[in-house]
Design a binder for this molecule. Structure first.
Ligand SMILES: N[C@@H](CCC(=O)N[C@@H](CS)C(=O)NCC(=O)O)C(=O)O
Length: 209
């Protein structure tokens, strides 16, 4: 199994965390986003959306980080991150979709404006975009923080793909200036995820996009 990834891609990191947790061996292939490797014709054949991560498994090509996480779990007998019971699985799916649709837009804007732009040397944060990112993220994060009241993990089944997916882009919450510090339930939950081996093992391969 091959994973095309970039070290600063949080979408790659959620997949790497899943692979580590499930003990699935993946061979990493670096796609250097800073050098434009994701626009190379060979990579565009794998993912015409010019994005990482992409999984390649015996000729099967899969892009979209959440779909890759689900696939890795489904390929792992006895795993517990992605339950088989329809309602338990639907609950995990709910939070994966929420992550992509409601949580990531604000996180991505702020990671880009406050962190990646300076890393890539392409200018100062755009104040209009920063405000837009903050508004989007605060609205979603408040819902999440309230959900986590009296809860250890996102879903009733315990640690699941939902925790890994939502936590992955928060590694860099301080340099990306994510407005999350006054959300106590979220911060408590994040510390728990950060205590996992799969978080620590993917630390070098993290984090900001
Ligand atoms: N919805 C996609 C988003 C993937 C994505 O945005 N990847 C970023 C890195 S985290 C990327 O490759 N950006 C390069 C580009 O958009 O050209 C997923 O979850 O896999």
């Amino acid at each position: 199994m091959r994973l095309y990834y970039h070290p600063v891609s949080t979408c790659s990191r959620r997949v790497l965390m899943t692979a580590h947790y499930l003990e699935v061996k993946v061979d990493l292939v670096l796609v250097d986003l800073f050098k434009g490797d994701h626009y190379a014709p060979l990579f565009l054949q794998l993912n015409p959306n010019h994005r990482v991560p992409v999984l390649e498994h015996d000729g099967f090509i899969l892009w979209e980080s959440y779909a890759i996480m689900q696939y890795l779990a489904d390929m792992t007998p006895g795993q517990t991150l992605y339950p088989l019971d329809p309602r338990e699985r639907a609950d995990v799916n709910r939070w994966l979709f929420w992550c992509g649709q409601d949580f990531m837009p604000g996180v991505s804007i702020l990671n880009w404006e406050n962190s990646i732009k300076s890393l890539a040397g392409i200018g100062a944060p755009d104040p209009f975009e920063v405000t837009r990112g903050e508004q989007l993220l605060v609205e979603a994060a408040k819902v999440f923080d309230a959900h986590l009241t009296h809860r250890a993990w996102v879903c009733d089944v315990g640690l699941s793909l939902a925790d890994l997916a939502i936590a992955a882009p928060l590694a860099d919450q301080h340099s990306a200036k994510l407005p999350l510090s006054d959300l106590p339930n979220l911060q408590r939950w994040l510390k728990q995820v950060q205590a996992l081996d799969s978080w620590r093992k993917t630390d070098v391969a993290t984090s900001r996009l």
